[in-house]
Design a protein around this ligand. Sequence first.
Ligand SMILES: [Ca+2]
Ligand SMILES: [Ca+2]
Ligand SMILES: [Ca+2]
Length: 235
Amino acid sequence: MKGQHSFIVLCCALLAASTVRADVVNGGFETGTTGWSIAGQGTAHDASFGVTPTHDTWAGYIENTGNGTIPAATMESLLHLPTGTVTGYVSGAPTVGTVMWQNVSVTAGQTLTFDWNFMSDELNEDPIYDDFAFFSIFGATAGFQTAPMLASRNSSSFTPGGPVGFDGTTGWSTVTYNFTITDTYRIGFGVMNVTDGGHNSALMLDGISIPDLPEPSSLAVFALSAPLILRRHRI
Ligand SMILES: [Ca+2]
Ligand SMILES: [Ca+2]
Ligand SMILES: [Ca+2]
């Protein structure tokens, strides 16, 4: 009886330890921008804006014009990016834009996934206005991880039209990023003007999540537990 009791306790302990939770708050923007920090211009839009969200009713939105937009050096400071990251994406000089971020606790092996959609009013302007968008990952202990460009005016294909005020959108794409180190990470998103501060470009986001690691099946729990039980019986 005592052995059976130990087995049950062990199973419970293993299950508790295996349920790893990160905490992206409001990753689908169903409660506006709650949980997100924004420097610049950001909000949430539903389908009445002209773009259908990929998850439920609302999607996040940051744009690179308007009051409060910030320069490249401020973006790099807020997202903890190496100096030169934001000025290095395209050949033109960035001017001002917006970043949005959130800190999350992550266990090695977990994966970030999100949907993004870039839109621009620069498409019938000169290509020197190469507005762009990016995302970034920085670990409190692990340090800078990555900050790839998602899209730019000159490097992406666009579907003409889109929301009022834009010439076209890239449409939705999904990105995944695998965490290899357990840490607290700052996950950031940015959209930037290039050469001047006019003609809006925007990045929409939805379904930002870090799913729990899968729990082992009861069979796997038994397989993990069995050697410990056998060892106990030999004592
Ligand atoms: Ca949503
Ligand atoms: Ca235009
Ligand atoms: Ca612009």
